[in-house]
Design a binder for this molecule. Structure first.
Ligand code: ATP
Length: 705
């Protein structure tokens, strides 16, 4: 015999007497609802009914699945099995305002923007719900007074935990919704205010038009609810008015009644052995009284499944409005801009970072090495020595000559002090004269009349530069000595005026266009990669979704607001490149700007993919960083694509910045337009990636919200 087995018939009578006349008008109806997280079964064949115009107190120990159930009700979590209707239709049914204005949802997480003031917070939700400024203001005044909130200009991040919770509750109550779903609104709230909140809930349901489902840890406060659902291990042990539950268990407190129910449930569990608890409790014939207790509102003579005939259990369509609402996008954009305004330091850093990066690239990458220390061993002692004359033509800015003895020079290069040794033999001047004037000379003359150079090739760029400077110095020296006859000592190769670019163009010119695109792309990734991650973590994404914001709107709002930021970044970047570093631009400035902006949008879209797909900051940061270096290296930005071995080169060509960098070089240095294939394919690849990332991010966000 079970410890507290009630008289079933009496109990039914009690329950029915306490029910509303139109019991079938339920605000929320859950039938056979199941939900698991991986292997963890959290909701198990759960049945729950919130009658229209009632306060429903959902009670249960920590971890029993209350929050999970509320998330399934608002539609942010999908159920694995069963049926849920909210205000007559399943959540997210096309044309149904759930999620939307009809629901006021206060999630367990505070789900507030820390950089907002109380006023910003309520104004934001007011905008989303389509309230006029006047309506929002009136509600704000009421809520601030009612919830005993501090000044509306106070920032959320400066509020206490309890104050934040009240702001969160205020946001849920703002639009006077038909259904309030409150997940622990009274935690951290003082008893006086707690009583006031309950009193308010009791008042608003009096009209019969507003229904409330509320979870709380303070079981006794739920006595003010019209119905309580006592939940344990993912299903309801009882669902009835609090007085009935207490009466059934001869308890003077709801808490004691709940303990009794738990004991009963535990005894049944031990009887039925290893069967899954939830399923057994609801189906076991040995738990007669328990079964009746569980389903007082289900006794309408119909099977549970028949009660919700119209909507299939696997209703997965989440499309509420196909076309994005300008109102929601504007609200979200204003939100992002307000948050930026509240973080001026971060905003300035975002604007200046690209300029700093490109300035560093122009200053530090691609120029000729300067001040390279080179040891000079000059044994040429003759008068009017050619060696000194030749050395005088060596570019002193690039090569710093250190005259040394043979041993000191080689000790120095071996110790890493010099990048090369330039040596002249004793008879350099006379032998060089013989080489230039006699048709046939000995090997000794050839050798003695040569400049000998020993290089440290571990720094190849410095070594190449030294070779180039020596060639230039020798050519100038010969010109000086031989005048118009200098051609005798020069290579019979003549470099004419270049078709594109100029003879003095350095590697910086090659790197800069790719660097501009890469910087724009990655700063945009950085701006967005964390946006959804943090908002999801703080429950903001879900809260906005429940308030009626679609994934597409969230995506577009992020795109547009970040576009404003990258526009300023690009403007500063171009001013710096063209005016300060005087990079040549022979082509259309409009094309240059459009290509850079498109790359920025591609970066934003990629950031949105990361943000939509990943749950924590660390993974998002790692992904963004993990992609950065491989992409930079194989996009032909810092080293030409032609140096990349096949088949890696095919991969390189498919990346977002390879053809785009080439296109930007063609526009800036060759002055080409869109009619050239090398230009338009840069735009085409960028647009292709852009569309792909945006669609992917929207799909992922849709599936995950
Ligand atoms: N995202 C998740 N992934 C995996 N398990 C989860 C996740 N969210 C919740 N759970 C688990 O599901 C169970 C029910 O969690 P839920 O938050 O619904 O409980 P709760 O009744 O609301 O608890 P509390 O009163 O402490 O808020 C817990 O065991 C919890 O660890």
């Amino acid at each position: 015999m079970l410890a507290a087995e009630p008289n079933v018939e009496r109990m039914e009578a009690d329950v029915e007497a306490s029910l509303p006349a139109a019991q079938q008008d339920s605000a929320i109806r859950c039938r056979d609802v199941c939900r698991s997280y991986g292997k963890l079964k959290v909701l198990s064949n759960l049945n729950l009914t919130v009658p229209q115009g009632y306060i429903y107190g959902l009670l249960g120990p920590s971890g029993c699945g209350k929050t999970t159930l509320l998330k399934c009700i608002v539609g942010t979590l999908k159920i694995s099995r069963g049926h849920i209707t909210v205000l007559g239709k399943p959540p997210a049914f096309p044309g149904h305002d759930v999620p939307g204005k009809m629901i006021g949802y206060m999630p367990q997480e505070l789900a507030l923007y820390n950089e907002f003031t109380i006023s910003d917070t309520l104004t934001f939700f007011g905008r989303i719900h389509g309230l006029t400024s006047k309506e929002t203001l009136a509600r704000m005044e009421f809520l601030i007074d009612f919830l005993d909130l501090p000044q509306k200009t106070r920032l959320v991040r400066n509020l206490s935990g309890g104050q934040r919770r009240r702001v969160s509750l205020g946001a849920a109550l703002l639009q006077n919704p038909e259904l309030l779903i409150l997940d622990e609104p009274t935690v951290g709230v003082d008893p006086v205010l707690r009583a006031k909140i309950w009193q308010h809930l009791v008042e608003i349901v009096k009209t019969g038009k507003v229904s409330v489902i509320i979870t709380t840890h303070y079981i006794e406060e739920a006595r003010q609810a019209n119905v309580v659902g006592l939940m344990r291990n993912g299903h309801l042990l009882a669902e009835a008015p609090p007085e009935v539950v207490m009466k059934q268990h001869s308890a003077t407190t709801l808490e004691y009644a709940f303990l009794q129910l738990c004991e009963t449930s535990d005894q049944v569990d031990s009887k039925v052995g290893s069967s899954p608890q939830g399923a057994v409790l609801e189906n076991s014939p040995s738990f007669g009284s328990g079964k009746d207790e569980i389903r007082p509102f289900l006794r309408n003579g119909k099977a549970a499944a028949e009660e919700i005939p119209k909507y299939s259990a696997d209703w997965k369509v989440r499309t509420r409005h196909l076309l994005p609402k300008g109102r929601n996008i504007a609200a979200l954009m204003i939100k992002t801009l307000v948050r930026m305004k509240r973080m001026p330091g971060s905003l300035c850093f975002q604007f200046l970072l690209p300029v700093i990066q490109i300035a560093l690239i122009c200053l530090c990458v691609g120029a000729d090495p300067k001040g390279i220390d080179v040891a000079v061993v000059n044994n040429d002692t003759s008068q009017n020595s050619f060696s000194l004359s030749l050395l005088s033509f060596l570019d002193n800015a690039s090569v710093h000559q250190v005259p040394l003895s043979h041993d000191e020079a080689f000790d120095g290069i071996n110790n890493g002090e010099y990048w090369g040794v330039i040596g002249f033999g004793k008879n350099f001047t006379s032998y060089l004269t013989k080489r230039a004037t006699q048709r046939i000379v000995t090997k000794e003359v050839v050798d003695g009349g040569s400049v000998h150079v020993w290089l440290d090739l571990t720094n190849q760029l410095s070594a190449i530069m030294l070779q180039k400077k020596l060639h230039e110095a020798f050519a100038a020296f010969m010109e000086n000595k031989l005048g118009s006859m200098s051609y005798l000592a020069s290579l019979p190769i003549k470099f004419e005026e270049p078709i594109f670019g100029s003879l003095n163009m350095d590697f910086t010119t090659f790197v800069t266009p790719g660097a501009i695109l890469s910087i724009t792309f990655y700063l945009a990734v950085g701006l967005t990669a964390l946006s959804f991650v943090l908002e999801r973590k703080e429950g903001l994404l879900d809260r906005c979704w429940v308030a009626g914001v679609s994934s597409m709107e969230t995506m577009l709002a992020h795109l547009f607001s970040q576009l404003l930021v990258i526009s300023v970044q690009i403007l500063l970047l171009l001013l710096f490149i063209l005016l300060v570093f005087e990079m040549p631009n022979k082509g259309s400035l409009v094309l240059v700007i459009v290509l850079i902006v498109l790359q920025g949008i591609t970066g934003i879209s990629f950031g949105l993919v990361i943000s939509a797909a990943l749950d924590d900051e660390q993974s998002a940061n790692q992904t963004a960083l993990g992609v950065f270096y491989p992409n930079l290296i194989i996009s032909g930005i810092i080293w030409p694509v032609e140096c990349i071995p096949y088949p890696l080169r095919y991969l390189s060509l498919a990346l977002p910045q390879t053809y785009a960098s080439e296109a930007l070089r063609c526009i800036m240095y060759r002055g080409w337009g869109l009619s050239r294939m090398m230009v338009w394919r840069g735009f085409a690849v960028t647009l292709g990636w852009n569309t792909f990332f945006l669609v992917l991010a929207t799909v992922i966000l849709k599936l995950r919200t």
